[in-house]
Every structure is written in structure tokens, then in C-alpha cells.
Design a protein around this ligand. Structure first.
Ligand code: SF4
Length: 316
């Protein structure tokens, strides 16, 4: 058994932040308090597994349930749950709506074929979809701040009946039609608040009225605050999560903005120990779609590596 574990609280800029700390040789490994599956992802995963265990007939997810390849493989190989892109691929059984949501008309296409639809859209994303529908009803031009290719943004836009404008950067503001003077704004759940603030300020200069719902999820905020703390209190930072995961990529950006060199890995096999040769304090962050067992495996590999290194040095 390598390494020792301690729970500790650190006083930091007047803010108490918990990390779980392991010691291996002369290296400290600090895992951020808010790491791994958020409750929205855990809920969708549990719903999918329970459905696969109890339903007769095939069970599918519409698009990948979450952005994590290990979880998608587990659902496929252990529970027989495959991902499909559309109703044309399914003739019977049950489909699960992913955490990011999907357009309502896509759900209807499955129902029209007699396929049961179970909605695992995260309730926070559902709120944003409802705000988009409300703003449209109240005659605002809906503006979604987010990545136009991301499944969550596509689903939110569908609730604005496709009539909104998606803004990913300040340059996109010119995409808003000139005659739209009342703007209703919602935000992709995983965005960084600073970036959103800049875009909202620019919108204020463009329109007569701007109504903003800050729909950044609190899970995102907590993890980004942890990323700041971990980046500022460790000499190396490892971010664990799917390369397609928006919230994981944002954690790496926040860590780098705070002076850390972030190593983004999907599993423990991706750890580049050459880059950690001089490490004394390694911080670990993990996205909201990263299973906890992956965090444990990465931590175990780090602890084993640095404990073994220490033992070799001591024996020479
Ligand atoms: S990060 Fe927030 S919005 Fe996304 S699945 Fe988790 S709880 Fe839901």
C-alpha cells in the first residue's frame, strides 16, 4: 500500500477550501473538493442503468449520454446501451434523452415510431430551455451565449423554435438582426462568467432592452473556483475528463489562466511523468462528467509512481 491519505482544509484568501490530500515520497497530491460526476450526470447515469436493467427490449441513448468515453463504453459493454443519432436507427425499445437535452421534435420522432422516451435532461438545462421558450413568448429575440455546436445549446435553441441567435464570442454579436431591440439572454451551463459578462456588456450597447438569465450552473462555478485554488496552490495541475467535455476543457482554461500548466488526461494511462519530474505539489481537477473511479485510478498511479521513485532513491 503506497501513500498516506489526509483530509485537510486550507486557509486561502479568506476562503476555506477542502482538498483530499495524499502523500507519496516527497510529492503531495491534492484532489479538488468538487471533482467528478455532478448530480445531474449521476442522475442520468442511474436512470440509464436502471432502465437497462428493468426494460424489455433494447435501450439506447440519443447521442452520447454524457461527454465521457469510459462511461459510454461501460454503458455499451456492461449494460448493452448503445447511442443512436436519430429515430431512423430505432424501431422499438426505449431511448434516453441525454443530460444536454434534445429538441422536442426529435423526441416526437421517436414517439411516433412507438419508442418509449425517458427524459434524463439535467433539470438545470431544462430550466434554461424553459427560459428560452418564455423569452420567445414575451417577444424577446432569444440570444444564447454558448458554443453553437454543443448539444446543450442546440437543444436550448430548439425551445426558442430556432429563432434565436447563438453567440460564442464578441465577434458573433453582429449576427443578431439589426431590427431586434429587445434581447432575452440565456447562457450555456458550463461557461466562464467573465466571458459572459463581456458579451452581455456589448449587448447592452446594441439593444434597447436586455433581459439576462444567468444560467451558468452552480456546479460549474464551484469547480471553476476550485480550479483557481488548485492552480494557485500547486506547482502542477492534472485535469481528468473527456476531451469533448466542455466543463473539463474550461477547468483547464481556468487553471492556465491562474498560472498553472494543465495536463488534460482522459485516463491514468495518459499521465506524462516526464512533465512531472520536478513536481512537489500536484493538483487534480476532474470535470462534472468524469466518473469517480477514473479519478481514483489516476491518483493511484501517481501515488505508486512517486512512492516507488522514493523507495529507489532511498535504496541507492
Ligand atoms: S454541470 Fe450542472 S447543468 Fe451540467 S449536468 Fe451537471 S448539474 Fe446539470
Amino acid at each position: 500500500m503506497f501513500g498516506t491519505k489526509e483530509s485537510m482544509s486550507q486557509k486561502y484568501l479568506g476562503d476555506l477550501r477542502d482538498v483530499t490530500q495524499y502523500k507519496a515520497g516527497n510529492v503531495e497530491i491534492n484532489i479538488a473538493k468538487h471533482s467528478g460526476y455532478c448530480w445531474g450526470v449521476q442522475r442520468a447515469y442511474d436512470q440509464t442503468v436502471a432502465t437497462a436493467k428493468t426494460k424489455d427490449g433494447p435501450v439506447y441513448t440519443i447521442g452520447p449520454l454524457i461527454h465521457n468515453p469510459q462511461t459510454i463504453n461501460e454503458l455499451k459493454n456492461v449494460y448493452g446501451v448503445n447511442s443512436v443519432d436519430g429515430a431512423s436507427e430505432v424501431d422499438c425499445g426505449t431511448v434516453i434523452v441525454r443530460t444536454h437535452g434534445i429538441p422536442p421534435e426529435v423526441q416526437d420522432q421517436f414517439r411516433a415510431k412507438g419508442v418509449e422516451v425517458i427524459d434524463a435532461t439535467c433539470p438545470y438545462v431544462r430550466v434554461t430551455q424553459n427560459y428560452a421558450a418564455l423569452l420567445l413568448k414575451q417577444k424577446y429575440h432569444v440570444v444564447i451565449i454558448g458554443d453553437p455546436k454543443h448539444a446543450e445549446v442546440i437543444s436550448i435553441l430548439a425551445y426558442a423554435k430556432g429563432e434565436g441567435t447563438v453567440i460564442h464570442s464578441l465577434e458573433d454579436i453582429d449576427k443578431i438582426p439589426q431590427n431586434k431591440r429587445r434581447l432575452g439572454v440565456v447562457v450555456q451551463s458550463t461557461l466562464i462568467l467573465e466571458k459572459v459578462n463581456k458579451i452581455v456588456n456589448a449587448l447592452l450597447a446594441k439593444a434597447q432592452e436586455v433581459r439576462v438569465f444567468n444560467t451558468i450552473c452552480y456546479v460549474t462555478t464551484e469547480r471553476q473556483e476550485d480550479a483557481e485554488f488548485i492552480a494557485q496552490t500547486n506547482d502542477h495541475v492534472i485535469v481528468i475528463g473527456g476531451k469533448e467535455s466542455s466543463n473539463t476543457k474550461k477547468l483547464a482554461i481556468v487553471a492556465e489562466t491562474n498560472g498553472a500548466k494543465a495536463m488534460l488526461i482522459e485516463s491514468e494511462k495518459d499521465i506524462d511523468f516526464n512533465k512531472l519530474a520536478n513536481a512537489r505539489k500536484i493538483g487534480i481537477l476532474a470535470g462534472a462528467s468524469t466518473p469517480h473511479w477514473l479519478i481514483d485510478k489516476a491518483k493511484d498511479r501517481l501515488v505508486e509512481h512517486f512512492s516507488t521513485r522514493e523507495a529507489i532513491i532511498a535504496s541507492n
